[in-house]
Design a protein around this ligand. Structure first.
Ligand code: SF4
Length: 210
């Protein structure tokens, strides 16, 4: 049971249900290869059947953690933070992103966009999911669109989503990990025919790092 004062701090984003935090290399998308401090926040109801972090779904399993402590931890390691989940936008992120930027730390987010955008971001990676589509406002604001390709239908979904983002948005197709051997040849072929898209790989999984 979360008591009333903790609930209030969670509502304000001064506390967040922290699943894990770690310093590693960003493995996917536009910033692949850059060192970053990852903050994984619990809670997600998007329900991707292939989700590789199902342990994140129940926010109650992850301890409410003071955002100032998370910022102090990040500051020891990195000048870039990636806030991920779960679905991080289930939480109010203005407080932690303001604190990070005040400490000269760049703020990146990985989100499905299914919840209202909060926070002040240097980079927004939108990874839309068919099970719970993004809210409209995020399309014009995202810097990167990363569509996970599980089967052939996902190319059509990718184009539908790309039609909604700005011209400056970077477009990535990334194979779903368990299906990568099957989908990779199709993605390679698609990107060669449609070079506005780029391939994103989960390089951290190949490197065996978190
Ligand atoms: Fe998992 Fe992310 Fe899908 Fe949520 S949005 S179910 S965390 S892959």
């Amino acid at each position: 049971m979360v008591n009333a004062s903790i609930k209030e701090l969670l509502d304000k984003g001064e506390m967040l249900p922290l699943m894990e935090e770690f310093y590693t290399i960003q493995g996917e998308g536009f910033h692949t290869g850059k060192a970053a401090y990852f903050i994984r926040i619990g809670g997600c109801d998007v329900g991707c059947h292939w989700c590789d972090v199902k342990e994140s779904w129940n926010a109650k399993l992850h301890p409410p953690t003071n955002a100032d402590i998370i910022v102090a931890n990040a500051k020891k390691y990195a000048n870039t933070v990636v806030i991920t989940g779960g679905e991080p936008l289930m939480w109010e992120l203005d407080y932690i992103t303001t604190a990070l930027q005040t400490n000269n730390i760049k703020t990146h987010i990985e989100t499905s966009g299914a919840y209202k955008l909060s926070g002040i971001w240097d980079w927004i990676c939108l990874s839309p999911k068919k099970t719970k589509l993004p809210l409209n406002d995020i399309y014009s604001q995202c810097n990167e669109l990363k569509v996970i390709v599980f089967n052939k239908n996902d190319f059509k979904f990718a184009e539908e989503q790309a039609a909604k983002v700005s011209d400056k948005c970077e477009l990535f197709l990334q194979p779903e990990w368990s299906n990568r051997e099957k989908m990779m040849p199709l993605i390679v072929d698609y990107v060669m025919k449609n070079p506005t898209w780029k391939v994103s790989l989960q390089t951290h999984k190949y490197l065996n790092i978190p």
